[in-house]
Structures are given as C-alpha cells and as structure tokens.
Design a protein around this ligand. Structure first.
Ligand SMILES: Cc1cc2nc3c(=O)[nH]c(=O)nc-3n(C[C@H](O)[C@H](O)[C@H](O)COP(=O)(O)O)c2cc1C
Length: 193
C-alpha cells in the first residue's frame, strides 16, 4: 500500500495561485534549471503537470534523449503566476522514470501521463534525436503512437522539493515566505522581500 505523505505547507499557497490563475494556460509553464557538468546552469521552460498522487513530488514529462537527463539530480523550478504576481522558486532533487524503472507504481504513473498527453505531444517522443543536426522533413512524418504504450524515450520526470521560496509582489510591503525541509519536517518562516 502506498504511504500517504502529508501535504507540505507550501502546497496550499501554490494551489491557491493555480486556482486564481486558472484562466491563463501559460501559468502551467515554469522554468526548470539544472547544473551542467561545467558548472554553468542549464535552464528551460517546461510544463508542470501537477503532482504525483499521495505526495509532494511535482510531475513533468521529458525526452530521455534530452540533455537535462545527464545533468544530475539537483534542480530549481521558477514558477511565475502573472495574474496574482507571485513567484515560487522550488528547489529539489529530480528523478527520471523511463520504461526500465523497477518501481511498478512509478511505471504506472508514467503510463498514465503518457495516456493524458495530446497526440501531438506523444508524437514528439518519436521525432529524431533532440539537439542533433536538423533531420530531413520526412523523419518527422510519423504515425501517431499507441496512447496506452509509452514511447521508449518517454520519461516521467519527478521533482522532490526540499526548499520553497514564495514571493508575492502584491502587498505593501511585499510578502516572502521560506519553506525548508529539515529532518523530514517542513519549517516555514516569513522573511523580508
Ligand atoms: C512553452 C514550452 C513548453 C515546454 N514544455 C516542455 C516539457 O513539458 N518537457 C520538456 O522536456 N521540454 C519542454 N519544452 C522544451 C524545453 O524548453 C527544452 O527546449 C527541451 O526540453 C530541451 O532541453 P534540454 O536540452 O535542456 O534537455 C517546452 C518549451 C516551451 C517553449
């Protein structure tokens, strides 16, 4: 049986932001930064696809052939909500779940997310290798893949947060709260903006 993990205290303001920005589809886009082996950050836009049920892990999808996969597990997500003018910076560890995972629960979560994708998004996992020299147009003409069987290069990407910095620009003065995971417990405190 899956152990239920209590919702982290930053989940409530985040849920509130998601709700209040629900009319803006772009509020599901965030920037995910990883660390390259040469020490430079690597940053890219990604769609946040909610949480893995039963915990605080954020869900994303990515291509197993993309560069981020080789950039270690340390990451930070920067997520801005335009309507309410607030930012969440979420630091944590990444986990890439491909078809070779030995965890049946995660394999099921990967299949579910594959099923939820649009046809166009599913197709992109069959495109020629990302970052390589541009392939001929024919290489992108592909039959839509089965919506039940994930493509080999389809990865469920999870982020387990350890630190959250929430800044609200509205308010005089602005509000900024820090949430930190210490020995398995979330500590929260307000700081100057
Ligand atoms: C609006 C938008 C949404 C995107 N969503 C995703 C996504 O959900 N997953 C993903 O891997 N890349 C997504 N991308 C592409 C990434 O930004 C990036 O170009 C790609 O993942 C390769 O990154 P990498 O070489 O650092 O691994 C998105 C790009 C944009 C502009």
């Amino acid at each position: 049986m899956m152990t239920e993990i209590p919702l982290a205290p930053w989940r409530s303001p985040l849920a509130h932001a998601l709700h209040r920005n629900r009319s803006l589809p772009n509020s599901r886009y965030a920037q995910l930064a990883t660390v390259r082996s040469d020490g430079f950050p690597a940053n890219r836009t990604i769609v946040v696809r909610g949480f893995l049920p039963g915990g605080n892990q954020l869900r994303f999808v990515t291509d197993g052939r993309s560069e981020k996969v080789g950039q270690g597990d340390r990451a930070e997500l920067c997520w801005y909500f335009p309507k309410t003018r607030e930012q969440f910076r979420i630091r944590g560890r990444l986990r890439f779940v491909d078809g070779g995972s030995g965890d049946e629960g995660l394999l099921k979560a990967r299949r579910m997310l594959w099923h939820e994708l649009s046809d166009g998004a599913r197709l992109s996992f069959l495109w020629p290798e990302p970052g390589m020299g541009r392939s001929a147009p024919e290489a992108f003409v592909i039959e839509p893949p089965d919506n039940m069987i994930p493509a080999e290069d389809f990865c469920l990407l999870l982020m387990e947060p350890i630190y959250v910095d929430h800044l609200e620009l509205r308010g005089e003065p602005q509000n900024r709260s820090i949430y930190r995971l210490e020995d398995g417990e979330w500590e929260m405190g307000d700081v100057n903006p």
